[in-house]
Design a protein around this ligand. Sequence first.
Ligand SMILES: [Mn+2]
Length: 317
Amino acid sequence: MLTQIKEKIEKGNKFLITTHISLDGDAVGSVFCFYWLLRNYKKEVSVFLKDNVPYKYTFLPQPDTNRLFFKELPKDTFDTIFVLDCGDLHRIGNDYEKIKSNGFIINIDHHNTNSFFGDINLVLPDASSTAEIIYDLIKFLEAEITLDMAINIYTAILTDTGSFRYENTNAKALHICAHMIEIGVKPAYVAQKVYESHPKERFFLLGKVLNTLETHKDGKIIMAHITKDMAEKGYSLEEFTDGFVEFIKEMDGIEMAVFIRQIENNRYKISMRSKGNGDVSAICSLFGGGGHKKAAGCYIDGDLDEVKKKLLGVIKD
Ligand SMILES: [Mn+2]
């Protein structure tokens, strides 16, 4: 498979790279790293992101602005389209169906719920992150890892392992990060950008969210929510509440953390984390979502009480 991908890179000239909506560090870092990789091959490379880059990732070395497309999928055809860190094609955004006619698709991912939507599917659920798979691919290609690429790889692995706290943290992830530091990445600089650059609005929202905390199933499930009317107009709930589910997971004795965020009047985005044996990707799959055993998400329709009931109904004792 790596040989096939190598051939596609060497023989092609025009490439598109994309990832999932609700950008996280692995998505952004993998895409930007891949951009620099293909640019170093002197290829024509475009990047498509449905959503804006979250404030904490804007420091990452990113594509030239005329190569970076937001919201609308570029209409051109491409020799190859790389879809990175994306468990399913619909996670690219609403016009995902169109992308199939834009070119040959190479799917590189580590979600165990991946639907193998590509023409080539390099899907390795045991990898800590998509960036780890890309690192191996770069090694296979015998390509140079520049500092621009290294910062992206390091940040992707750092964030996808929850700062080396999650179960996907392994020796390999740390070896790769050590290598990135040897190339010139400054861990303190990255940590400050990613974890200590939050706008003050986030803290006001956190205060309100903590007032909604409730536990279920003998204290094993912790749940919190945010609705649109809890925030000032213009607040990006998605961006400002990112990470809240990890925060409530820190409570002792809980096995699952659930954060519910209102999207529309009768639609909610659910983020789930597990620190016991429970498989949250299995729960989220029941609602059409997906992710990993310990971290997953989905959308549920209904009012807040209905959404909670639906969720608790499928979370078995
Ligand atoms: Mn990932």
